[in-house]
Design a protein around this ligand. Structure first.
Ligand SMILES: *[C@@H]1O[C@H](CO)[C@@H](O)[C@H](O)[C@H]1NC(C)=O
Length: 423
């Protein structure tokens, strides 16, 4: 009877049974129920925020935002061990900053009998003499200073004095100029709207002038200077070395498929020209005379610093300055790490503002002296970029080195004849 009653009740009032069964649990379990649920909720939200949302966000980014680059894989050799001439030092701490706050990003410099010429990020070509800074020429049109202004403002990069004493300047956006250093008169040799090879130059970077007037000029990329992180993210070899003949006003591409073609330097005998491949940490040698004429080979590879401009050293070799250091001992070598990950570079190009990519570069100061054979003879360092960083050129005046930088508001000077012994 009793069991029948129970059965009936169960059939009639199932909801009471559910309550009853719940109440059957042990008291401590009952107390734990709300806490368990809270913790579970928190855990779920945590997982959502940490893993699911970023993945969903990335998927949306990938679907909605097109990649700005067509990235390809590349790899660098194992980073160099800093030993021998690369034994770590902080000799660049002995340099002094000059004209601090008065010049913006003096990328390249020429020093002629104490007259220093340099081009700055605000589109000016400056003449500095006995500590006094004067604007020698302005190649573009104001306004200057913002990302949008840069192509019209101009950005003078590599510069040289030619045989007749004119200052020859390559402006990355505006073309090749010859400037009378006495009067400041500017003559445009060609503009960047002149087709060279199969395309207009986009990112003209550095030049050298041979004794017969022939010029060797780099065109770094199909991305403009202000968008240089995109070249890094794409990882393709868009760089070219151009030979320009002022006699005939004609240009030809003598080397292409270079990775971020940057600094250019003729040898003293003008039997070869060097060109830096910044993002591959190597320098290419192109033969201009002898049995290998017209052929290129690696001059030095696996450099400990990304090579920017190359200039002759007063001891008969070459100075190389660069912005990004890499080494076997470093916890993180950015270029080595991103090389085999084109998908990551492609992803980064979709969303990140370029200045942020720029910020990912760790400050570091390093200059290298190479001999004629392409061996590193010595290196001066400021490994944490405390005193100098983002270097782009060394101008050697009998052992007094002027150090240029594409981004710092000063240049630096280091007298290597009077270096203090390290502790
Ligand atoms: C060289 O040729 C280009 C293109 O035809 C022209 O714009 C430029 O003025 C020429 N330069 C000289 C120095 O003749």
């Amino acid at each position: 009877m009793a069991s029948n009653e129970v059965r009936q009740r169960r059939i009639e009032r199932p909801s009471d049974d559910v309550k009853y069964e719940l109440n059957e649990r042990k008291p401590d379990e009952q107390e734990n129920i709300p806490q368990d649920t809270g913790f579970l909720m928190l855990f779920k939200i945590g997982v959502l925020v940490t893993f699911v949302l970023p993945i969903v966000f990335l998927l949306i980014v990938v679907i909605v935002v097109p990649s700005k680059v067509n990235a390809v894989e590349y790899s660098l050799p194992n980073p160099p061990v800093w030993e021998g001439p690369l034994k770590p030092n902080d000799l660049l701490l002995q340099s002094e900053r000059i004209f601090e706050g008065k010049i913006k990003g003096p990328e390249s410099m020429v020093n002629q009998n104490g007259h220093i010429y340099t081009g700055t990020a605000d589109g000016k070509v400056l003449h500095i003499y006995k500590g006094e800074i004067q604007v020698l020429a302005t190649l573009g049109q104001p306004p200057c200073g913002s990302f949008a202004d840069e192509p019209n403002c101009g950005r003078p990069l590599g510069m040289r004095i030619d045989k007749e004493g004119y200052l020859v300047v390559i402006d990355t956006y505006l073309g090749l100029f010859r400037i009378n250093v006495a009067t400041g008169d500017v003559f445009q040799i060609f503009s960047t709207s002149m087709k060279i090879g199969n395309r207009d130059p986009v990112f003209m970077n550095d030049l050298d002038v041979a004794s017969d007037g022939m010029m060797y000029i780099t065109d770094s990329s199909i991305f403009q200077r202000r968008e240089f992180p995109l070249d890094v993210l794409e990882g393709r070899n868009h760089g070219r070395l151009i030979q320009y003949d002022p006699e005939t006003n004609s240009s030809r591409v003598i080397l292409e498929n270079l990775a971020f073609a940057n600094g250019v330097q003729l040898s003293k005998k003008e039997d070869f020209v060097l060109v830096a491949e910044t993002t591959r940490f190597r320098i290419i040698k192109y033969h201009l005379k002898g049995p290998k004429t017209g052929r290129a080979e690696v001059f030095i590879e696996n450099l400990p610093v990304s090579p920017d401009n190359i200039r002759r050293s007063s001891t008969g070799g070459f100075w190389v300055a660069g912005a990004v250091c890499r080494g076997h001992h470093m916890t993180f070598n950015l270029f080595d790490w991103i090389g085999p990950k084109p998908w990551l570079r492609s992803l980064v190009s979709r969303q990140l503002p370029l200045w942020l990519v720029h910020k990912a570069l760790m400050p570091c100061g390093m200059i290298l002296e190479l001999n004629q054979q392409g061996d590193i003879v010595r290196a001066f360092m400021d490994p944490s970029g405390e005193k100098v960083a983002f270097l782009s050129e060394v101008e050697d005046d009998s052992g007094i080195l002027y150090l240029g930088s594409f981004s710092t508001p000063f240049m630096s000077r280091l007298n290597i004849n009077k270096l203090a012994k390290r502790a």
